[in-house]
Design a protein around this ligand. Structure first.
Ligand SMILES: [Zn+2]
Length: 443
């Protein structure tokens, strides 16, 4: 397909200039920027607006429905979130440009949201506008959803969008949301690999408290509440949930094995037979460890308020990322068996992991669409998302939820997401548009 990428970049720049910030508190969300994005999209993509039915969901999330020539197949959904994280005051001096200026220079668009994820929104709008312009036949309805609070958990945007679809009894043949990207450095490989998220880890915060007699620290008992809490903390770090090679991980290892040599190659290729060796090597680096187990991260702690006062209460907060297949109940049983029964355990937050999306002919549509848009990609592999996305709320709505941003993002460049100097290259934007156009055609 032919696009004028200079014009596309200008449209992306316009969206970046809209300061569409997330907000933890629903009542503090300023919806004006989200409606500004909606009106820009109307201006940029007149055919889509002419042909779609747009619903406003829960104040400022949007659902677009673009009917097909027929509706023989289950509909297809492209998801996006319009919100971005702030550019921290303390980091502003490290930015080469004002993060909300959308400066275009040397075929690069700079600014907050350039990768996460205004480029993706622009890409699927661009591809769809083109498909409509040239009257590409579709035997399915195409939907877009645009949320406004993904960066703070999606409890008001995506959650309500999912409820809207459920109420309408709409199920999707396939859903594409942000997620993995085309990247290098996976298992130390130089090859460019497309990581397509087929599941997403859950999220649990536990507050573990120990109560004891307080008093003056001049006559302490052998162990204080804080000592007991430290004991529990060490035990949790030393006895983590087991490593498991789930189906998507196994498939990823098999596909990547051919780029390795010698015994590593054989071990990954036959990862079920060599599972003890593979498990032990996966657990060595934080990145691969996160793909293979429910992780344990001690993040907060508190004792007494003064150095000479014994705490009558001490606590830690532990953040766990649940591997799909593990449950909150199993985690609580594990924690109790490790630290014993004398602690009080409170669940602060619990988000269930997603199910596994099927890796079948729908995955092939995504895979072929990537390879056609970017032939340099060596492999397209299923991937376990360790972070959260809006599509977690869509878990019941499709058997094929793929979490993927069709852009190149090297190991080094990954830090610009939520970091400083976020950018998008023109040529990557072009890959994104081609990808969505291919999906529309192949679906
Ligand atoms: Zn995002």
């Amino acid at each position: 397909m032919e696009v004028n990428i200079n014009e596309v970049a200008k449209r992306l720049s316009k969206l970046i200039q809209v300061k569409s910030l997330s907000n933890e508190k629903f009542e503090n969300i300023d919806f004006q920027p989200f409606f500004q994005i909606k009106s820009y999209l109307r201006e940029f993509y007149p055919i889509i607006h002419d042909k779609s039915k747009i619903e406003i969901i829960h104040e400022g999330a949007f659902v677009y429905k673009i009917e097909g020539n027929t509706s023989n197949k289950l509909p297809l959904l492209f998801m996006g979130h319009m919100d971005v994280v702030a550019a921290g005051e303390d980091t502003l001096n490290q930015w080469k440009v004002d993060p909300f200026s959308g400066v275009i220079e040397d075929e690069i668009v700079w600014g907050r949201g350039a990768k996460d994820m205004k480029s993706q929104i622009i890409s699927f709008f661009e591809a769809t506008e083109y498909a409509l312009k040239y009257e590409i036949e579709r035997d399915y309805d195409l939907y877009f959803s645009l949320g406004y609070d993904e960066e703070v958990g999606g409890r008001n945007g995506a959650k309500y969008i999912a409820d809207y679809f459920k109420k309408q009894n709409i199920k999707f043949g396939m859903i594409i949301d942000e997620g993995g990207m085309i990247t290098d450095g996976i298992l130390g490989l130089l090859e460019e690999i497309a990581l397509v998220g087929t599941c997403e880890k859950g999220y649990v915060d536990l507050k573990i408290t120990y109560a004891a007699d307080g008093g003056h620290s001049s006559m302490p008992p052998t162990s204080t509440a804080l000592g007991k809490i430290c004991e529990a903390a060490c035990k949790l770090e030393n006895n983590q949930m087991p490593v498991r090679i789930t189906e998507p991980l196994s498939e990823m290892l098999v596909k990547l094995s051919k780029y390795l040599k010698g015994s590593a190659r054989i071990a990954l290729e036959k990862n079920k037979i060599f599972s003890p060796i593979v498990k032990s090597s996966l657990s060595k680096s934080p990145a691969s460890n996160a793909l293979a187990r429910t992780t344990t991260a001690l993040t907060m702690a508190k004792g007494s308020d003064a150095s000479n006062v014994l705490p009558n209460l001490a606590y830690i907060v532990v953040n766990f990322r649940l591997l799909p297949g593990d449950t909150l109940e199993e985690l609580l049983t594990h924690v109790k068996s490790v630290i014993g029964e004398e602690y009080n355990i409170e669940v602060l937050i619990s988000k269930t992991p997603s199910k596994f999306s099927k890796v079948d002919e729908y995955f092939d549509i995504v895979s072929e669409s990537i390879k056609k848009a970017y032939p340099h990609v060596a492999e397209v592999v299923p991937f376990i998302m360790v972070g959260g996305t809006d599509s977690i709320y869509m878990d019941d709505l499709s058997d094929h939820i793929y979490k993927f941003g069709p852009f190149r993002c090297s190991e080094d460049e990954r830090k610009v997401v939520h970091g400083v100097n976020e950018f998008m290259r023109f040529k990557d934007l072009k890959i994104g548009i081609d990808f969505f156009y291919n999906v529309i055609n192949k679906y």
